[in-house]
Design a protein around this ligand. Structure first.
Ligand code: SAH
Length: 205
């Protein structure tokens, strides 16, 4: 499936029914999800692989990966209220590979593997005063994954590089992405905001 078709499919996915600010629930925009997943596919990181989406939320990353020929896809999400949305989105996106949706805490994942591909758009912690909230997600990726694709705060390049270096990882690619987020929480004063962010591909020992 080409990137344009992937983006059109992901555009069918609904957002969070009741977004929870404490969990930083923002759906990954379809263009960014398609960009990241198309790139992952070009790197050979999706076909015939076990793909795990940590903090799966509305399921966009898991569902996009499931359109690109993986062996299996697992979405892990702490908020059980989001899982029905992800299931509905699965029916809308209609991927070729079914997704297993698991309720669980990303830092203590309900899974055991070390050669998966992890895809994730974790909480950044910027809004909740918990800067570095993505650290625990990266630690889980280092345990579960041979390779990960993740989205971080724009300013976290050095943090991601040093975290990877300290945990048996190598950042092979890093590129800027723009997250166009719709108005979701009451404290948002604009209808649409562009958040600059960083996408990283990390190979883990
Ligand atoms: N990738 C998803 C959601 C991104 S927002 C999408 O595109 O819709 C971050 C997600 O991480 C939210 O769904 C939030 O509920 C989830 N999350 C936050 N802390 C978590 C944790 N400790 N374990 C699992 N999921 C968590």
């Amino acid at each position: 499936m080409d990137r344009g078709e992937l983006e059109r499919r992901l555009d069918r996915a609904a957002g969070f029914a009741e977004p929870r600010v404490a969990l930083e629930q923002y759906p990954t925009p379809p263009d960014v999800a398609a960009h990241l997943l198309h790139f992952a596919a070009m790197q050979g990181d999706l076909a015939d692989r076990t793909v795990i989406d940590l903090g799966a939320g509305t399921g966009v990353l898991a569902l996009g990966a499931a359109c690109l020929g993986p062996q299996r896809v697992i979405g892990v999400e702490r908020d059980t209220a989001a899982i029905p949305t992800a299931r509905e989105n699965e029916a809308r996106v209609d991927p070729t590979t079914p997704v297993a949706w698991l309720a669980g805490d990303a830092p203590r994942p309900p899974l055991c593997t070390d050669d998966a591909t992890v895809v994730m758009n974790p909480p950044f912690g910027a809004q909740t005063g918990r800067e570095g909230a993505d650290r625990a997600f990266l630690a889980t990726a280092s345990d579960l994954a041979a390779v990960s694709h993740s989205i971080h705060n724009a300013g976290s390049h050095d943090f991601v590089e040093s975290f990877a270096a300290d945990n048996g990882g190598t950042v092979t690619h890093a590129f800027r992405v723009q997250l166009a987020l719709g108005r979701q929480f009451e404290f948002h004063d604009a209808d649409r905001r562009e958040i600059p962010a960083l996408a990283a591909r990390i190979e883990w020992d």
